[in-house]
Design a protein around this ligand. Structure first.
Ligand SMILES: [Zn+2]
Length: 212
């Protein structure tokens, strides 16, 4: 199987939008969808909720007749190191780059950063760190591996509007899920990603009737 691009996929709103837009815009290409389960101390319930979201979203895509992808996952446990010594995005991209080494025909990497992210202080440094890791570990360069940012001009509202509601409602973006009744988990409504989503829902809640 030959792949055009690797798409890192966490089950969150942004990576779901990057995945959906890329698959539907290029129906004749095939994509490698890649999930890294990170275990880094306090990530346990988040990892479970993301895993649930990923499986539900990929099933929904298949139901919609979208089949131009292969799904692979890998677990990466560094919880014994205590407080994560590196950003999640760095370990995800390290793992993704090893995958690109194994599939050298891959010439695009789909990065799900959105316009809100680029406004955060230090975000450009994080992106440049990710690029360095990606090129070093994949043994590729800018000529044969293009990092694509399909959402870079879209703010959270635009990103949420770009995903059909039946898929959006399956996403999981909260960093610190809290216990809910019936052995379930619900979003904390306090972490950074919850706050960004809250702000959209306060303004445009009626446009996302199935969200939470
Ligand atoms: Zn949260």
């Amino acid at each position: 199987m030959k792949y055009r691009a690797l798409i890192p996929f966490s089950g969150g709103i942004d990576s779901t939008a990057a995945l959906y837009l890329t698959l539907t815009a290029n129906p004749n290409d095939r994509f490698l969808v890649f999930k890294v389960n990170l275990y880094n101390g306090h990530s346990g319930s988040r990892t479970i909720m993301e895993e649930r979201a990923v499986n539900a979203i990929l099933d929904e895509l298949r139901q919609m007749g979208i089949h131009n992808f292969t799904y692979r996952r890998l677990s990466f446990d560094y919880s014994q190191l205590g407080t994560p010594p590196i950003w999640d995005s760095e370990s995800v991209n390290f793992a993704a780059a090893t995958c690109i080494r194994a599939q050298p025909e891959i010439h695009e990497f789909i990065e799900g950063a959105i316009a809100d992210d680029f406004l955060q202080p230090g975000f450009d440094d994080r992106i440049s760190q990710i690029e360095k890791i990606l090129y070093l570990v994949s043994e590729k360069n800018k000529d044969n591996l293009n990092i694509v940012f399909p959402l870079k001009d879209m703010f959270k509202y635009d990103v949420m509007k770009a995903i059909p509601n039946n898929i959006l409602k399956l996403t999981w973006s909260c960093r610190f899920p809290v216990e809910a009744e019936g052995w379930d988990m619900q979003r904390c409504k306090k972490c950074h990603t919850c706050k960004v989503v809250n702000a959209v829902l306060e303004k445009h809640g009626d446009e996302f009737p199935d969200m939470y």
